[in-house]
Design a protein around this ligand. Structure first.
Ligand SMILES: Cc1cc2nc3c(=O)[nH]c(=O)nc-3n(C[C@H](O)[C@H](O)[C@H](O)COP(=O)(O)OP(=O)(O)OC[C@H]3O[C@@H](n4cnc5c(N)ncnc54)[C@H](O)[C@@H]3O)c2cc1C
Length: 320
């Protein structure tokens, strides 16, 4: 059976959920071979094996942490040369897309970015993408070289499947240009304790209807009752009510959670572009004509300051 390379996103050995989703999708195409780099790479093997990785190729070197992405591209290319895979799958983060694009150029392959689904096809993997502000769904396949495909978080439900997960050391030599951009300092972002916006299974967002930074705790309380991330429309962000890092939309982050709850957001096309592929969409808006109601699965016409606290209390009660 053909092997499929899966690039592993992990933090000191803790594998992030989008990688487990990739392993689930990779099994549709062949046998997953994971590539884990940097500190803690070897300790990813157990969880990767539990999710279908037959082999885990690992490498650690100071270059992975001290420089930007090129050393990781060198390593992924070394894995590609060693395995000759049927496809290379990479999580669709900003870093993942840069690594994938650089690899595709080096190996002379076509690339598909931001896939939301993958299936096996007679002539190679077929990727589903959501295009033009999510108003079209396209299916495409790479017609040149080995397909390199980046897949958005939350594109598949994680399905465990036990495999060997055999650790093998990957030999990597770094090119002259690999150390061109050195990381000179790192400042960790202050943790909110909430999940990462782009990876969260549930996102609760607030817009201009929240009417002030002082009211955002209403949105945060609902998010916390659900273990969700908090998003915001550009109107709310531009007004200084919530950080830019939380903006959802065309010029913000693209999210595709299982559940998206929009509060006091009208549903402008630029906002929809960042959340329309969410599996279930709920909106609370006091204007029954608001365009957001055109795309919701459940809509509540009402004042968010009345509806959202009640919803939060009800969720807390049901959770016990
Ligand atoms: C190039 C470009 C890029 C853009 N990129 C983005 C982007 O990435 N993300 C983004 O979000 N926007 C983006 N925008 C802006 C976008 O066009 C809209 O202006 C913005 O999304 C509106 O935000 P909003 O829905 O919060 O505000 P509004 O459109 O003002 O809507 C507020 C809504 O809240 C409702 N409301 C008010 N009070 C309450 C209440 N008490 N209870 C319930 N409902 C209430 C109102 O009925 C209304 O529907 C972009 C625009 C441009 C031109």
């Amino acid at each position: 059976m053909a092997e499929v390379l899966v690039y592993v996103d992990h933090v000191d050995g803790a594998v992030r959920k989008p990688t487990l989703e990739l392993l689930t999708l990779a099994r549709r195409l062949g046998e997953p071979v994971a590539v884990a780099l940097g500190a803690g790479a070897e300790s990813t093997a157990a969880v990767l094996g539990e999710h279908g990785a037959v082999r885990v190729l690992t490498a650690d070197a100071p270059e992975f942490a001290d420089y930007l992405v090129v050393p990781k591209v060198d390593a992924l290319q070394a894995a590609y040369d060693a395995v000759s895979p049927a496809a290379v799958l990479v999580p669709s983060s900003a870093e993942g897309k840069e690594i994938a694009a650089r690899l595709a150029v080096r190996i002379g392959s076509g690339i598909i970015t931001d896939a939301v689904d993958l299936e096996a096809g007679d002539e190679g993997p077929v990727a589903t993408q959501s295009a033009f502000a999510a108003s079209f769904t396209t299916k495409s396949r790479v017609s040149k070289g080995t397909p390199v495909i980046t897949v958005k978080p939350n594109s598949a439900a994680v399905e465990p499947a036990q495999a060997a997960g055999t650790v093998e050391a990957l030999s990597v030599s770094f090119g002259e240009k690999s150390t061109g951009t050195k990381v000179v300092s790192r400042t960790p972002r202050q943790s909110t304790g909430r999940p990462d916006l782009t990876e969260a299974a549930i996102v609760v967002s607030g817009g201009r209807g929240v009417n002030g930074a002082e009211n955002f705790p209403v949105i945060e309380a609902l998010a916390d009752s659900l273990g969700a991330a908090v998003g915001a429309s550009r109107a709310a962000v531009d007004a200084g009510w919530y950080p830019h890092t939380n903006q959802v939309g065309q010029t913000g982050k693209s999210v595709s959670p299982q559940l998206y709850i929009a509060n006091g957001i009208s549903g402008a096309i630029q906002h929809r572009a960042g959340m329309q592929t969410s599996k279930t969409i709920v909106a609370v808006n006091k204007d029954e004509e608001a365009p957001i109601f055109d795309l919701v699965d459940f809509g509540v016409v009402g004042d968010l300051f009345n509806v959202v606290p009640q919803l939060t209390e009800e969720i807390k009660t049901r959770k016990g």
